[in-house]
Design a protein around this ligand. Structure first.
Ligand SMILES: O=P(O)(O)OP(=O)(O)OP(=O)(O)OC[C@H]1O[C@@H](n2cnc3c(O)ncnc32)[C@H](O)[C@@H]1O
Ligand SMILES: [Mg+2]
Length: 165
């Protein structure tokens, strides 16, 4: 079984490698949504689009993982979605962790900036989105972006297995 992840982001590819008992490759595909999704709906759509594009790359299973933000009454939250598409056309979805973003970070996003570069500026580091992620920074390293995505991948894989019975 060949599995393709619709991204070249190492944090996403690592998450899938850690959960799937098959070879995993990453291919950059279009998410079909804004670079910075701004709702659960848009973030989920991005994950589905990535999964469907990934499965066309000669794979049995395509996985799409998408990070976004969602506005709640008390501020802006990080949100995460994943999708698994089979070459037969089935699609499974699952959502992951949410966590409030500091006011300064939220303000930059409302100004049209993307979270990745904002996090790099906020932490004076580089490539945060490919490493621990915003979730790693704001949990003091207790949970990193790849581990957070593993929960989503497990929910996708588990649903696939349940429906394959
Ligand atoms: O190459 P791709 O797969 O697009 O990976 P990405 O890091 O851009 O990830 P997303 O498109 O899923 O995320 C949308 C934006 O939010 C950023 N982002 C999402 N979650 C993040 C996190 O935990 N830490 C830092 N940036 C994050 C990300 O860098 C993008 O700017
Ligand atoms: Mg992106």
């Amino acid at each position: 079984m060949k599995i393709v992840v619709g991204s070249s982001n190492p944090a996403k590819i690592r998450a899938v490698e850690q959960c799937m008992p098959y070879p995993v490759t990453g291919v950059e595909v279009a998410s079909g949504v804004a670079a910075q999704p701004f709702s659960d709906e848009e973030t989920k759509q991005g994950a589905e689009n990535r999964a469907k594009a990934a499965v066309t790359q000669g794979a049995e299973i395509g996985i799409g993982l998408e990070g976004g933000v969602v506005e709640m009454q008390d501020g802006l939250y990080l949100c995460n979605w994943g999708a698994l598409a089979t070459k037969e056309g089935a699609v499974f979805v699952a959502s992951g962790a949410k966590l409030p973003l500091p006011k300064e970070v939220a303000a930059a996003l409302f100004n049209g900036e993307e979270l990745g570069p904002v996090m790099d500026r906020f932490t004076k580091a580089q490539g945060i989105s490919k490493k621990e992620g915003a979730i790693g920074v704001f949990t003091n390293g207790v949970i990193h972006r790849d581990e957070m995505f593993t929960h989503i991948v497990k929910m996708l894989w588990g649903q696939f297995l349940y429906h394959a019975k």
